[in-house]
Design a protein around this ligand. Sequence first.
Ligand code: AMP
Ligand code: MG
Length: 327
Amino acid sequence: MSIKTANPSHIKDAAEIIISGGLVAMPTETVYGLAANALDGKAVAKIFAAKGRPQINPLIIHVYNTAQAERYVEMDERSRRFADHFWPGPLTLILDKKADCPISDLVSAGLPTIGVRCPAHLVAQDLLMVCDVPLAAPSANASGTLSPTAPMHVAQSLGDKVDLILAGGASEVGLESTIIDARGDVPIILRPGSITPDDIEAAFGVKPEIGFGNPDAPTSPGQLLKHYAPNADLRLNAVDLADDEALLAFGSLKFMGLKSGGFVKDLPAERILNLSESGDLYEAASKLFAHLRQLDEGGFKRIAVMNIPDSGLGIAINDRLTRAARK
Ligand code: AMP
Ligand code: MG
């Protein structure tokens, strides 16, 4: 495995690895992706093996524009409106495979549909253009663990299982894409992300249906899985802190107390990381996985997490936290 700064020459190296059936970790605005040629079944199989990912959990493909997507999937009027409005960006559309679609069936886990996204990160776009094949790319981490938002996270999680890591800075959004099925009258959000239900309603005047969050009625494969999990246990909506806990804070710590007496603000700094002192949800999303990872490395038994408001981008943050806390 090697880590190389993303520049035109290294992007060319990465494209050669992909075309010859290897795996490349690429930066995107959401999280780092583990990319392989989606047309090459053997290469796609390597993604599942490297991550230890169950093969029933389908992958998302990445394209550089709508025209490239339309070589592989049917884009109806409704879905095209979403692509026009939100691409390039952190939105994945569930679309029907074309009858003669050459994408490996492993990608869609046997479903008649494929999740497609056009990433906004310039390195991902360049890589897609140089390769000129759709890239299957889940998050570049071992299945079920925290998603990587920096190149070192990929190296720590996957090591030699990835042929090349293209380093392109910290992921700006920090959460996986919003997944939408926009084929029907009412769009259905299958995974919350930084494009919120309010963003969708503001763009199209339709309130989307929420198709996530009910473990008894999963609407997308993979939704039941415990996911994004650190080694430490998580305790959500904490209003105070126990002696064996680290704290993932959000907002002001002024009045946060210790169960054993005293105030959290007087504790050593390594026990506390704040997602956003000012209570900014965008800042919090971008720091979520990196902060969880850092606290986890401290070897604490449990991480207490302060309440995050469950609206706007907070919906996606709470979705990740709830899955991470599942035992
Ligand atoms: P990840 O690649 O780790 O970001 O996860 C991708 C997620 O996208 C999966 O866990 C699925 O829930 C969802 N997904 C991918 N393809 C489809 C599809 N064809 N239909 C519904 N959900 C999908
Ligand atoms: Mg993932």
